[in-house]
Design a protein. Structure first.
Length: 387
């Protein structure tokens, strides 16, 4: 079973592009260039060069032997996206899009960010390629992730704190799209998650699929067979769709996305439109997005990527929720047992693995996508544990 991307970027009923005409013209040109370059040998070779020499790919698929022994049950493997340059999976998509922006002649890049990891990755790439960079970030998130704000500014980016709405990721996306509409002739919007109007979800999946392309080959080499399950946290869905992509056709592999219980978009959402695309959405009776919350700043988006919405609807992927308490426990367990401090986002996936692994047999394996490292969250967790 595989997803079918229709001509206009639909995954079943989800996706599409519901934007003003002037913005649609920009997105059409973007899609034309993406289709032109994504399979171009020179483009792929340049991207592979930066993946290898700049990011440090491929990232290891690490056998978490201590955690496996402690829990009993399935072997636990960690896909170490936290070891990438800038500390998360976000750099994969950023480098793909920045190379596209370069070929399109853009001289200004904008982006949105929640936890700050996409903003840091974008600011990093813009520094390397000498591009002007503006990052939109919710005011509340700039407080929670002050260190990442400083990193972005250190890298030469302008960080705009958005105080509208809840001052979180959704509001940052709103402002980024408003900027694009106003400045589309000179500006490239480097969207970080697998959301938004076509072609953004397909672009982000394409560049993030390197995660599952590597892990599939790695697990076959280590175990001689595919894993029982692949686990990844889901906010908008970029790391999860990257972790799932190469396994979607492997019906025997469970794909499990983990959401915060206070932002359970795929578990509790209904079809609606947000930021120019159709998805499962937490919304009120008038179709307005509902307030959400997560201790992980990158996971409180009220919608989810259209392909995740589709995979949920057809039953190909499972989506579950975990509580803040379970996340904090998982954050500490992986740190103490394996010496790996995961991002709070990634800790959602670890929390579910702590429950799943013991229910499986020792000849099975699961892969957890450790989408980011927890340096950015240590101060926040310290205060939460020492209230």
């Amino acid at each position: 079973m595989s997803t079918t991307v229709e001509q206009k970027g639909y995954f079943g009923e989800f996706g599409g592009s519901f934007v003003p005409e002037e913005l649609q013209n920009v997105l059409t040109i973007l899609d034309e260039n993406f289709q032109k370059y994504k399979d171009d040998e020179d483009f792929k070779n340049e991207l592979d060069y930066y993946f290898r020499e700049y990011v440090g790919r491929q990232s290891p698929l690490y056998f978490a032997e201590n955690l496996t022994k402690q829990l009993g049950g399935a072997k636990i493997y960690l896909k170490r996206e936290d070891l990438n340059h800038t500390g998360s999976h976000k750099i994969n998509n950023v480098l793909g899009q920045i190379l596209l922006a370069k070929r399109m002649g853009a001289n200004r890049v904008i982006a949105e960010t929640g936890a700050g990891q996409h903003g840091v990755a974008t600011a990093t790439a813009c520094a390397m390629f000498g591009m002007d960079c503006t990052i939109y970030m919710g005011l509340e998130d700039t407080k929670r992730q002050a260190l990442n704000v400083f990193r972005m500014e250190l890298l030469g980016a302008k960080v705009v704190a958005v105080d509208k709405g809840q001052g979180r990721l959704k509001d940052a996306v709103d402002e980024a799209f408003a900027d694009l509409v106003e400045n589309y002739e000179t500006t490239f919007y480097l969207l970080g998650s697998a959301v938004g109007p076509h072609p953004f979800p397909s672009m982000v999946k394409h560049f993030q699929s390197v995660i599952s392309r590597e892990s599939r080959a790695q697990i076959l080499e280590k175990e001689g067979k595919l894993p029982t399950a692949v686990l990844a946290c889901v906010g908008g869905g970029s790391n999860a769709i990257g972790a799932f992509a190469e396994y979607i056709a492997d019906e025997g592999v469970r794909l499990i996305g983990i959401e915060p219980d206070q932002a359970a978009t795929l578990n509790e959402g209904t079809p609606g439109e947000l930021h120019g695309f159709k998805c499962l959405l937490l919304q009120d009776a008038q179709g307005n997005p509902l307030p959400t919350y997560s201790i992980a700043a990158g996971l409180d988006y009220p919608g989810a990527g259209p392909e995740h919405s589709y995979l949920k609807t057809i039953g190909r992927a499972e989506y579950v929720t975990v509580s803040n308490e379970e996340v904090l426990e998982a954050f500490q367990v992986l740190s103490k047992v394996e010496g790996i401090i995961p991002a709070l986002e990634s800790s959602h996936a670890v929390a579910q693995a702590l429950k799943l692994a013991p229910t499986l047999s020792p000849d099975e394996s699961i892969i957890i996508n450790i989408s980011g490292r927890g340096d950015k969250d240590v101060e926040q967790v310290f205060h939460m544990l020492n209230k």
